[in-house]
Design a protein around this ligand. Structure first.
Ligand code: HEC
Length: 135
């Protein structure tokens, strides 16, 4: 084994470690986004919506809709009711959405969810948005 190979290997390991720190779970962007979400008191349909959100959306949109490494925060000015109506939420969930605001790729249609369930999720997301000054 010659020296160049060893040094090359070390550089690769260091690069992988840095990449993990930037993009791995608990990456800086994800935690900052989560930390900044105020969660209002939830009851009735907003609480039900929160449970459905955890089941169907949290993987990509993060805890409390604060964003994750696979998708954007929904608690964001882009998604205020005037810019993305409730209908836009229904369409995105049932039919998917093309990448346009972010760099996460397209959102695929969410499988196994009903329109009624999406409506409950919207009630929840709007409540969290309002608690964060997004109206
Ligand atoms: C597999 C990942 C994934 C899941 C699961 C997911 N989304 Fe998305 N969603 C995305 C990505 C990525 C985008 C960003 C598209 C872009 O670049 O604007 C997005 C965008 C959206 C948008 C904006 C659509 C538009 O018209 O711009 C809404 C609303 C939305 N998601 C709601 C939801 C809801 C509600 C759920 C759960 C029922 C959900 N998403 C589940 C990945 C996901």
């Amino acid at each position: 084994m010659n020296k160049t190979w060893i040094i090359g290997g070390l550089v690769l390991v260091a690069a992988a470690a840095l990449g993990w720190m930037n993009y791995g779970p608990g990456s800086r962007t994800a935690t900052t986004a989560n930390a900044s979400v105020n969660v209002p008191e939830l009851s009735g349909s907003t609480a039900e919506g929160a449970g459905l959100f955890k089941q169907f959306c949290v993987e990509c949109h993060g805890e409390n809709g604060g964003g994750a490494d696979k998708g954007p925060p929904l608690i964001h000015k882009y998604y205020e009711p005037n810019h993305h109506s409730d209908q836009a939420f229904i369409v995105a969930t049932l039919y998917g959405a093309r990448q346009h605001h972010w760099q996460f790729g397209n959102m695929k249609p969410v499988e196994g969810i009903s329109e009624d369930e999406v409506v409950k999720i919207i009630t929840y997301v709007r409540a969290v948005q309002r608690a964060n000054g997004i109206k």
